[in-house]
Write a protein that binds this ligand. Structure first.
Ligand code: FES
Length: 150
């Protein structure tokens, strides 16, 4: 990411330690991940030790040090979704996308993750794609679901 873009984001929140999470989230929203050199630049710019910036970047699930796809799929494996076949949805997505959970497709279109309860248990099994909840899923519905994002 260009230094000028990072500077703009830091200016927007102020170079305060309490703003570091919001700053990293904004960078991630633009870049889809947090490259190491970007974290080093933020550390220097904000005069916050790299170890602290790195700790925050690795603590939160929403942040990633690896490139992510344009669309993020979170399959719920919480108890209610699990008993309704959440693991089968994940299995079908892994097969259809050709990746394992935690990975990104080669064309950078999808990143597949698992989560534990997104608060829509009655709709289970549930997957959240780019923040939108898709409920009452079945393996048969997965191809149609993916088609909407191609
Ligand atoms: S267990 Fe899946 S939404 Fe609650």
């Amino acid at each position: 990411m260009e230094a000028s873009k990072i500077d703009r984001i830091v200016r927007q929140y102020g170079a305060r330690e309490s703003a570091i999470l919001a700053i990293l989230q904004d960078i991630q929203a633009e870049e889809k991940y947090l490259p190491r050199e970007t974290l080093e630049y933020v550390s220097q710019k904000m005069r916050i030790p790299m170890v602290h910036v790195f700790r925050i970047a690795t603590f939160y699930n929403a942040l990633s040090l690896k490139p992510r796809g344009r669309h993020k799929i979170d399959v719920c494996l919480g108890t209610a979704c699990h008993v309704r076949g959440g693991d089968k949805i994940l299995d079908k997505l892994e097969r259809d996308l050709g990746i394992s959970v935690g990975e990104t497709t080669k064309d950078k279109r999808f990143t597949l993750e698992s989560v534990h309860c997104v608060g829509c248990c009655s709709l289970g099994p549930v997957a959240v794609i780019d923040g939108d909840v898709h409920g009452r899923l079945s393996q048969e519905k997965v191809p149609g679901l993916l088609k909407d994002f191609k």
